[in-house]
Design a binder for this molecule. Structure first.
Ligand code: PMP
Length: 439
């Protein structure tokens, strides 16, 4: 491990501790899948800026579009007038939103994922006249006060600043670990247990008469990289229709092509009432948004939505270039091909000795999680091996059972040519701190 550079030390001293960081690297330059530190260390960036730079760092077409826009118009506040870039983006984006459902043709652009989630909640409350929202256990929706209250993946996101806003109820996601069941549990069991749980929430905690929306990540991200089975999404749609509740898909992480379709809800063929996007849509420039039916957005009072930088012109130009590049370079086909390759590799890895640390491999497209054996199980195995006079080889992973994004990096690293040498060091030296998780 390198000594932190002077800049890294300066940052550690002056950046608020609440930010938290996985590494000490000061990053200087990115190109494609690679990122370079101020100490000229070249790293394969498995994090992609946490699911953001899907086209790679500094994709030339996106950079060129942003640069051109910088020379034309940087800022046109959306409550004052439309920027040309905003309108051009809408023209490119609407056909992609129509893939989730043609009714999703009324859009509001924001800056970050959390802001877009807040906008979705405001819309759901405003147009249903109801207040409560149901979220999934294990969900991640952001770190603003409202979204911290809706985030159920870890207590760190709300600990010490309660109370979070009221009216948020939690139900189970069909992930076996949430039900205390083994990985081999049939999908149908998990789906019926989760829908049963939701019906209990709606009959015992928040009446459908008070419930504006149910929100979920169609692929649970930080909570374990778990794709929702199609039958779960279809079941939610049915319950929502039955009770006049809106279904919101938070596609901040699972959208923008990451799973091999533009939106992961397409896999279930389920129509969201509100779809939320961010992250990959502008390949690194801050842009997010919500899409819904005009009939719903028309209920909003003009002026109730907006913000100084919302739908910034440079970010819109970048997003338009992202969409164009996806079409021109057939990126979705590439996601499908690379995904098949990655799953084959990981499934083969599981059959090797190093791969015995892997408990589960799952995901959709290139949103892939690798779940490692629980550390306590590992320690028991190692103790047993020591007892039997064998040399324990497995690195002890700290709290790694849900460290899924990190795990893919570790798995690939451990399987590299130098794998044997690497195995002597902790695989976490690739830059992942064990107690932190990528959101
Ligand atoms: N929703 C989901 C599903 C996310 O993964 C994230 C970010 N990890 C957010 C919302 C919040 O986005 P942001 O960090 O841009 O506020």
């Amino acid at each position: 491990p390198l000594q932190p550079s002077a800049d890294a030390q300066f940052g550690a001293r002056h950046i608020a501790k609440g930010v938290g960081r996985l590494t000490n690297h000061v990053l200087k330059r990115g190109q494609g899948s690679w990122i370079f530190t101020d100490q000229n260390v070249k790293l394969l960036d498995f994090t992609t800026g946490i699911g953001v730079v899907g086209l790679g760092h500094c994709h030339p077409k996106v950079t060129a579009a942003a640069q051109e826009q910088l020379g034309n118009l940087v800022h046109a506040q959306i409550n004052i007038g439309h920027s040309e870039a905003y309108i051009a983006l809408l023209r490119a984006l609407l056909p992609k939103l129509a893939l989730a459902h043609p009714s999703l043709d009324s859009v509001f652009l924001w800056n970050s994922g959390a802001e877009a989630v807040e906008a979705a909640i405001k819309l759901a409350r405003g147009c249903t006249g109801k207040q409560n929202v149901v979220v999934m256990q294990g969900s991640y929706h952001g770190r603003t006060l409202q979204t911290a209250g809706m985030t159920k993946s870890k207590t760190v996101y709300s600990a010490t600043f309660h109370p979070v806003p009221p009216g948020i109820y939690t139900t189970a996601f069909p992930y076996y670990a949430q039900h205390g069941l083994p990985p081999s549990t049939p999908e149908s069991t998990l789906v019926s247990a989760s829908l049963h749980q939701l019906n209990l929430v709606l009959s015992q905690q928040t009446s459908p008469r008070d419930t504006a929306a149910i929100i979920l990540e169609p692929v649970l991200g930080e909570g374990g990289y778990v794709p929702a089975p199609a039958s779960f999404l279809q079941g939610l749609r049915k319950i929502c229709d039955q009770h006049d509740i809106l279904l919101i898909c938070d596609e901040v992480q699972s959208g923008s092509g990451r799973t091999g379709k533009w939106w992961s809800c397409q896999y279930a063929n389920v129509r969201p009432d509100i779809l939320i996007f961010a992250k990959g849509i502008a390949n690194g420039l801050p842009l997010s948004g919500i899409a819904s039916r005009k009939e719903l957005t028309d209920k909003q009072a003009p002026g109730s939505m907006g913000g100084t930088y919302a739908g910034n012109a440079v970010a819109c130009a970048a997003a338009q270039a992202v969409i164009k590049t996806f079409d021109e370079e057939r990126v979705l086909d590439n996601v499908a091909e690379r995904s098949a390759e990655l799953f084959e590799f990981l499934h083969n890895l599981r059959k090797t000795e190093a791969g015995s640390l892997i408990e589960d491999v799952r995901g959709l497209g290139l949103m892939v999680g690798v779940q490692f054996v629980l550390p306590s199980t590992l320690r028991q195995q190692q103790a047993a091996e020591r007892g039997a006079g064998k040399k324990g080889q497995a690195p002890v992973l700290n709290d790694a059972s849900q460290n899924t994004a990190a795990s893919a990096a570790a798995a690939a690293h451990a399987a590299s040519k130098d794998g044997e040498e690497d195995a002597k060091h902790s695989p976490w030296e690739v830059g992942i701190a064990p107690r932190m998780q990528v959101a």
